[in-house]
Ligand binder design. Structure first.
Ligand code: NAD
Ligand code: TYD
Length: 353
């Protein structure tokens, strides 16, 4: 395996932390630099098991800070970038769209430009991997169709519009400057270290504490759920074997309406908590729908499966149970988020260096 220095952005977040762990442990000859601004969503506790690995380095910094990013790229010669840093929560994008424009659009452009300048004259062997979402494609009806790589972009939320915009800039840097880019668009992830503002970890925490489980509208909206470790494996596969300028859809072929998913979760939690079946489901509470709530997402990942040989490793029921077990066994991780202590993790871990 060749020695490489790889920049992973957003590595303290949910998916980023799984990607960092995979790269640090699977590729001991790679130097992995995790760049993260540690916003509310960044949590270095997610990476405590690899924090002291000799091939891992954490850098606290903001991708929207052009001077800082330019300096970083002139200090360290990166061979590749895996870009995950983003504002990621649709509900937050409805209340504060500009935070999404800043990080997801402007921040991505700053990174693209830094890579272009740093690799100018020799793009051989370099790679800029942009991690995106299926939400850029808009919403499907209940008609059995899927998002393919050819589906036209039709974003509806400020989040998906900002991700769509960043995808366009990534392609523009490829087409205009020859930047060696690759993009993937993935469906909803679930698993360990998922910030408890999102449906599954929020519901696990509320069920455990016998609090209402808020379901938007009638709970009919459908998402295609993929285990986060399978997404990290797909990113590894595409980063190493994907073709420049290409897009790959990643998905679990695993559609669930929100209400059916929460009922399945309640059933698992009843067993784990020693409750009689049906007790947790009584916590389900229908609340006001999300504005512009996309009806259905479903991914066709045939291209990735056929061309690069990736496939999901877990059935949803198994993955959901594993996820519940992780949250039950890591109550301290959840407590630290709820009481805000996770924000001090950076100081605790890095102040002596
Ligand atoms: P997350 O919100 O859990 O983590 C985002 C990370 O980025 C955090 O650590 C945060 O501190 C960091 N960050 C935010 N703004 C930054 C900035 N300006 N500079 C540097 N770091 C910054 O997000 P996630 O769910 O792990 O998603 C990661 C990526 O994957 C995103 O690009 C998202 O669009 C994409 N994605 C997510 C999903 C999903 O289901 N969560 C699905 C498909 C694609
Ligand atoms: P979310 O986890 O926010 O992911 P996304 O909006 O990116 O798909 O939401 C998943 C689905 O669950 C989405 O249809 C909105 C819905 N939802 C609820 O019904 N209640 C909630 O409290 C949350 C956070 C989401």
């Amino acid at each position: 395996m060749m020695k490489k220095t790889i920049l992973i952005t957003g590595g303290a977040g949910f998916i980023g932390s799984h990607v960092v762990r995979l790269f640090v442990t699977k590729y001991p000859d790679y130097q992995i630099v995790n760049l993260d601004a540690l916003t509310y969503a960044g949590n270095l506790e997610n990476l405590k098991d690899v924090a002291k690995a000799p091939n891992y380095k954490f850098v606290k910094g903001d991708i929207t800070d052009e001077k800082f990013i330019t300096e970083l790229f002139s200090t360290i010669q990166f061979d590749g970038v895996v870009h995950l840093a983003a504002e990621s929560h649709v509900d937050r994008s409805i209340t504060d769209p500009f935070a999404f424009i800043r990080t997801n659009v402007f921040g991505t452009c700053i990174l693209l430009n830094a890579a272009k300048e740093s690799w100018k004259g020799n793009m051989e062997g370099k790679r800029f991997y942009h991690v995106s979402t299926d939400e850029v494609y808009g919403a499907l009806e209940f008609d059995g169709t899927f998002f393919t790589e050819e589906t036209s972009y039709d974003p509806h939320s400020p989040y998906s519009a900002s991700k769509a915009s960043s995808d366009h800039f990534v392609r523009a840097f490829h087409d205009t400057y020859g930047l060696p880019v690759v993009i993937s668009n993935c469906s909803n992830n679930y698993g360990a270290n998922h910030f408890p503002e999102k449906l599954i970890p929020l519901s696990i925490n509320n069920i455990k504490n016998s609090r209402p489980i808020p379901i938007y509208g009638k709970g009919e909206n459908v998402r295609d759920w993929l285990f986060v470790n399978d997404h990290a494996r797909a990113i590894d596969t595409i980063f190493h074997n994907g073709n420049n300028g290409e897009t790959y859809n990643i998905g679990g072929n695993n559609e669930w309406s929100n209400i059916d998913l929460i009922k399945a979760l309640c059933k698992i939690m009843d067993k784990k908590l020693g409750r009689t079946e049906g007790e947790s489901a009584k916590l389900i509470t229908f609340v006001k729908d999300r504005a512009g709530h996309d009806l259905r997402y479903a991914i066709d990942s045939t291209k990735l499966q056929r061309e690069l040989g990736w496939k999901p490793s877990l059935q949803f029921e198994e993955g959901l149970e594993k996820t519940v077990d992780w949250y039950m066994q890591n109550q301290e991780w959840m407590d630290n988020i709820i009481n805000g202590d996770y924000k001090n993790y950076y100081e605790k871990q890095y102040s002596e260096r």
